[in-house]
Design a protein around this ligand. Structure first.
Ligand SMILES: Nc1ncnc2c1ncn2[C@@H]1O[C@H](COP(=O)(O)OP(=O)(O)OP(=O)(O)O)[C@@H](O)[C@H]1O
Length: 702
């Protein structure tokens, strides 16, 4: 019994704190209400300022208790989890709870019956019986067996496990679903570690429920039974002794815990520091390798390790000393009760069997009494953990379906931005009065300096964020009035830095359309000019791509991302610098594939290499969040503005005649001054120039 209690009290209590997990929380501490990551702190800075993330949660909890008007209303806030933890129709869960309930009751009954039976046998022996009391022995054996771990409690323990895990699964599912449906601001503003930890706090709620249902309630029952039973065995004074010992015990153990808090905090800090060195150095192993700093890092880690050990020893000294003290209180209490009981037997007031029953009973109730303070401490820690989960669940997505949102009715894929304003942070406007219309099936390209807001224009179309002013519509339906899912279903996005799941190439491409056949996937890969690369890998389509696709080159990653969009058969395609990482031959292949596949689809392209978008139906030049020029390639060249400047920089061409007046009919002449490689890319230019057919002439020098 002591051993069991020791296990329950010692490691769990002090080490259940998520010391390492706290490390992951150090970074994202900003809770800004704007779309902004401006307040994000660098990791090391965050660490210094937020040494103990639990402290912050504790303060938050105190504030919330205050705001809600006390602990009861505060705790009521957690009832939002109840339908997920205890779903009414989960008969397996309720059966397990019922079995565990029965187990708790039978445990209590046998706590009394077994010592009592031993007392009866002792009394018979004391009376000098000469026959074996087989019936009593049989009963004792039965009680003893039934109350042991191989008796009914075997089912009780298993039912407890099933109930706990089912409750936990319900809350985890709820939290995960909630996080998945939060907006992009939430996901870009927080570290994935922090989000994961918050979701995992589902376990803390579970503990809370388990504590209340299966631990605290039985302990209260134990105390009531103990007081009643010892009064029955001896007299009421014995109950007073037990209550007194219990109170002193609780007071002492609380005092010991408080005293140990500082030691625990130091130990937690040192452990975090050691963990931090370990992860940082492993993550930056290549830097260490190239700077030949292995020995330096091993030494640094060794120092942190020893620091942690010293802190741990100090903490454990305090803890073990504390345990010894509280155990002493318990032993003094037991001695007092024991002497009192013997005195009653000696005085002939009670039979010796009662003494035996008492001693046996003491050992069964000692653990529950001791566990009160443990449960109390666990309750406060668990509540703080659960606070994190509550905070997560209370976070409402900034972008959500309107109450009367309906599915988007796709017609031709016309995209219209009307006077769109947007800011991630209200202090810094990003898009200003952006207006344009792209007819269904057209290709529109966005060019402009880095950071001018091109990707942001894309993000708004997928409703990663909502516009600050103006509106965006698809086929004349304001995207805020349609369901987010129906909108994203028709959009295919190839990001700047595509990331893949650590699965096979086949599975990654199938992510675009879950029911795609292998043959369809291969076709998409052919169209994206990646098929030949894939079949060249030793495992072909079954090659696993590594975390985020690290085993693939940038160009391969981009083409697989393109294949994913192709297989998705999206109606509106967003290409964010989709061909920036491929060589000119591959780029030409991709361009060809896209030309075929973008037929009938509205395509929005961001490109820094202008040669890739000369055939676009419209080109928008974005600068500082505004569209400063628009038109076809030829029209923009004719304007000889920003676009012409960019074109000139990239291709080395210069306008020789009629430049700058924007009059298309004056027959501008461009002189192209480019290397053979540039000419290769600009080959598209020649064709496009004639395609756009505005009577422009592109001459090659030399
Ligand atoms: N999640 C975000 N939170 C805060 N600011 C952001 C966020 N994303 C982008 N920004 C800022 O918005 C501005 C426009 O960024 P955007 O990514 O739209 O530019 P871009 O024109 O696509 O640039 P690039 O060509 O380099 O991709 C930048 O100043 C950027 O720092």
């Amino acid at each position: 019994m002591t051993l069991r209690l020791w296990r329950r009290l010692k490691p769990d209590d002090e080490e259940r704190q998520p010391l390492l997990a706290a490390e992951e929380n150090d970074t994202a501490t900003s809770k800004d209400s704007n779309y902004g990551s401006i307040n994000d702190k660098p990791k090391s800075q965050g660490k210094q300022e937020d040494e103990d993330p639990r402290k912050k949660l504790k303060e938050q909890q105190a504030r919330r208790v205050d705001e809600e008007g006390g602990w009861i209303p505060y705790l009521k806030g957690f009832t939002i989890f109840l339908p997920h933890m205890l779903p009414k129709d989960d008969w397996v869960l309720w059966t397990c709870i019922a079995i565990r309930g029965l187990d708790i009751l039978q445990e209590r009954a046998f706590n009394v019956l077994e010592p009592r039976q031993l007392g009866i046998i002792t009394d018979k022996l004391a009376q000098g019986t000469t026959v074996m009391p087989w019936k009593d022995i049989g009963l004792w054996v039965f009680y003893h067996w039934y109350a042991s771990p191989v008796g009914f409690s075997l089912f009780g323990s298993y039912a407890n496990t099933v109930a706990r895990e089912r409750m936990s699964a319900g809350v985890r599912r709820m939290a995960y679903n909630h996080v998945m449906n939060l907006d992009m601001q939430f996901h870009t503003g927080k570290s994935s570690g922090e989000i994961t930890e918050a979701v995992n706090q589902a376990g803390s709620l579970n503990e809370l429920a388990e504590l209340a249902l299966f631990n605290a309630a039985p302990v209260i029952l134990d105390i009531i039974i103990a007081v009643w039973y010892v009064s029955h065995l001896f007299d009421i004074y014995m109950s007073y002794i037990i209550l007194f010992v219990g109170s002193v015990y609780i007071w002492t153990s609380t005092a010991v815990t408080n005293r140990n808090r500082e030691g625990r905090r130091i130990y937690a800090d040192r452990r975090r520091a050691e963990f931090s060195i370990q992860t940082e150095t492993l993550q930056n192993w290549q830097t260490i390798f190239y700077f030949n700093r292995e020995a330096h890092e091993v030494k640094r880690y060794g120092v942190a390790l020893m620091d942690r050990l010293r802190a741990y020893y100090a903490f454990m000294r305090g803890l073990l000393g504390g345990f010894a003290l509280v155990d002493l209180v318990m032993n003094i209490g037991f001695t007092a009760c024991f002497i009192f009981a013997i005195s009653q037997v000696v005085a002939g007031l009670k039979p010796v069997g009662n003494l035996v029953s008492f001693v046996m009973f003491w050992w069964s109730v000692r653990a529950p009494i001791q566990s009160i303070s443990y449960h109390w401490k666990t309750l406060s820690t668990t509540l703080i953990d659960a606070e994190r989960l509550l905070e997560l669940i209370r976070t409402k997505p900034l972008v959500d379906d309107a109450p009367n949102a309906r599915p988007l009715k796709f017609e031709v894929g016309k995209v219209e931005y009307s006077n769109v304003d947007f800011a991630y942070d209200e202090r810094k406007p990003i898009l200003k009065n952006v207006s344009f219309t792209i007819e269904g099936g057209q290709t529109a390209a966005f060019v402009g300096e880095t950071g001018s807001g091109k990707s942001t224009i894309f993000k708004l179309l997928a409703r990663a964020y909502d516009v600050g002013g103006g509106s965006i519509s698809v086929d004349d339906q304001d995207i805020r009035t349609v369901t987010r899912s129906s909108l994203r279903e028709i959009i295919g996005h190839v990001p700047q830095d595509p990331a893949l799941f650590n699965l096979s190439i086949m599975e990654n491409v199938r992510y675009g359309r879950l029911d795609a056949t292998d043959a369809e996937i291969e076709d998409a890969c052919r169209a994206a000019a990646i098929h030949d690369d894939i079949i060249g890998f030793p495992d072909g389509y079954e090659s696993v791509v590594g975390e985020r696709g690290v085993k693939l080159s940038g160009g391969q990653l981009q083409r697989i991302a393109i294949a994913k969009v192709l297989i998705r058969n999206a109606k509106i395609v967003l290409l964010d610098e989709a061909t920036s990482a491929v060589d000119s031959t591959t780029e030409a292949l991709i361009q060809k594939a896209f030309k075929t596949l973008s037929a009938g689809r509205t395509t929005l392209v961001i490109a820094h290499r202008l040669s890739t978008i000369v055939q676009a139906d419209q080109i928008f030049v974005v600068s500082k969040g505004e569209i400063i020029e628009r038109g076809t390639h030829a029209e923009l060249l004719a304007k000889n503005g920003k676009y012409a400047e960019l074109w000139s920089t990239q291709t080395g061409s210069v306008c020789r005649e009629n430049c700058g007046d924007g009059d298309k009919d004056k027959g501008m002449k461009w002189l192209v001054d480019i290397s053979p490689e540039k000419l290769d890319k600009a080959g598209a230019t020649g064709s496009s120039s004639s395609q756009n057919g505005k009577g422009k002439e592109v001459k090659k020098r030399g």
